[in-house]
Design a protein around this ligand. Sequence first.
Ligand SMILES: NC(=O)CC[C@H](N)C(=O)O
Length: 330
Amino acid sequence: GKPNVVILATGGTIAGAGADAAKSATYQAAKVPVDKLIAGIPALADVAQVRGEQVFQIASESFTNEHLLTLGKRVSALVKQADVDGIVVTHGTDTLEETAYFLNLVVKSDKPIVLVGSMRPGTAMSADGTLNLFNAVNVAASKDARGKGVLVAMNDELNSGRDVSKMVNIKTEAFKSPWGPLGMVVEGKNYWFRLPAKRHTVNSEFDIDQIDALAPVEIAYGHGNVGDTAYRAFAAKGAKAIIHTGTGNGSVSNRVVPALRELRGQGVHIIRSSHVNAGGFVLRNAEQPDDQYDWVVAHDLNPQKARILAAVALTRTQDSKELQRIFWEY
Ligand SMILES: NC(=O)CC[C@H](N)C(=O)O
């Protein structure tokens, strides 16, 4: 028989509907149920035995840690079943990169797990969801997609769930990895060009089956004339780590440094990321003396991905050196 693929639907534009065919960017996300999405693509039956589960029906900007845990545990349970060969997760594009990275860190399986969304609702002219979903099911059904970590299939490209980010809105060419895609999927066949270098899935020390709550981690933004209000407020509300979205090489204003040193002294982890994240990385002990201040650098992870890793890592350790090791390895 054909491979068995389960589509876990969470909402987003791929399940969106607009008033008429000219509305490519004005519409309501999270409207169309998964069974209707599947029924709309008869060609899926040629590729795999597909069944759908409606896990959520939300726009992805409203995803919470609880949504991540619920979805992660469902994926983990399904990939343990002998009659499941691959998973597709349909998702809004706004936080798709966070969920993809989360699953890449915590699901212990080499079966393909493929996230997919769309930039236009199915009601629009040149809607992209149909081909994206067809491609995603093809990838999830294929043996050669195993062991490559969680993947994102959008716009004919296959990107690592770790690296990929929504870098453009409105356009269908929305998702890019700073280090380039892993491959492409064309007419149901995968073409691979590179592999992820970082630890993931079966080689990860994190396991969704052992995680029942994520650590509270917040993100603050660096810019000219910045002050320390947001950092202090996050700490007062119980943040265990604050991702500093620094300028340039994760740099920190001299108006903010004293607060961050003080908060670290109180046990809050300070993790330096950057709002420049199109292919460089934050260098440790450059711009700021991380060793002296006991801060962590986010390596090449953008702030929203750094939040995910910190929220997962802090379920296992409170040690800043361990946290830094984890940021190098994942
Ligand atoms: N293209 C999209 O999916 C964006 C719709 C919505 N903001 C979401 O992320 O769910």
